[in-house]
Structures are given as C-alpha cells and as structure tokens.
Design a protein around this ligand. Structure first.
Ligand code: AMP
Length: 139
C-alpha cells in the first residue's frame, strides 16, 4: 500500500481544509478530532508522509513520540480526565479510516464510556475551539 496525498489529513496539513489546531511545528500538527470519542479527543499528526506506523520512517516516529507524551499530559490536565488512552490504527482491517499516520489522544473519565471509534457524532465547533485553547495552554 502506498501513501495517497489526497487523504483528508494531507489536505489539512497543506491548509486545503480547516482544522481546530492545538499546536503546530515543523514536524507535526496537533488538532481536535471532530468526531470525538470523549471530550478533549485530539490527534497528533506527523507531517512526514506515511500511511501509518508500518511504513513510517523510524526517525519520524522517534521525533513525534515526545509530542504524543506532551499532548497526552496536557489533554489530561486541561480536561480533568482520570486517564488518557493513546491509540493508533494500521490499515482498514485494524480500524484505520484516514490513511496518514496519526496518534489518538483520548481523555478517559471515570464512569463515562468512550464513544465509538470514527462512528460518533460531530462535536460542536465552539466546544472544540475552547478545548483546543485549553489543551494548548497546558502544553
Ligand atoms: P483512524 O480511524 O484511526 O484513521 O482515525 C481517523 C480519525 O479522524 C477519526 O477519529 C475521525 O473522527 C477523525 N476525523 C475524520 N475527519 C476529520 C476531520 N476533518 N478533522 C478532524 N478529525 C477528523
């Protein structure tokens, strides 16, 4: 399987589609998931082109994991969550729906079940803007 640059995250990285951005640098973009599994669900997207973990450059993986940790900590702090799930899917059989590597940062709250992966409703934009700001402030 090869990387297809017309995927939705490729378009967001090129500025062709909007996103609720939390953070951006030369190597990665962090944004809110618009169909979140919980309040504060964010995505860490390396800018280097790869479909997923399987074809990624190990150097790009090494560079992004510290940011995954930072965002996980910031999302937990900003939302008051009790825990954080970090998830990553490789190919459709494993649940992947957007074929540009990304890591899910999903705050988890005691007593509240997570929504379905890539199958829930679209979140309110005003709420996503506020969450992006709060997580950015906690980075
Ligand atoms: P995966 O199934 O692991 O490829 O995850 C893709 C994620 O992207 C899902 O959680 C979707 O809710 C999310 N998603 C799809 N389109 C957008 C978009 N335009 N902006 C933000 N998140 C999106």
């Amino acid at each position: 399987m090869t990387y297809d640059p017309t995927n939705i995250f490729g378009k967001i990285l090129r500025g062709e589609l909007p996103a609720h951005k939390v953070y951006e640098d030369d190597t990665a973009l962090v944004m809110m998931d618009i169909f979140p599994q919980s309040r504060g669900h964010a995505l860490v997207i390396p800018k280097a082109a790869s479909r997923n973990l399987l074809d990624a450059d190990p150097a790009a993986l090494a560079a992004v994991i510290p940011l995954v940790q930072r965002v996980a900590k910031a999302a937990k702090t900003a939302t008051g969550a009790d825990g954080v799930r970090v998830a990553q899917f490789n190919e459709a059989a494993a649940g992947q729906t957007v074929f540009h590597l990304h890591f899910h940062i999903i705050p988890v709250y005691d007593g509240i079940a997570l929504g379905t992966h890539a199958g829930g409703g679209r979140a309110d934009d005003a709420e996503l803007i506020a969450l992006a700001k709060d997580i950015a402030a906690a980075l």
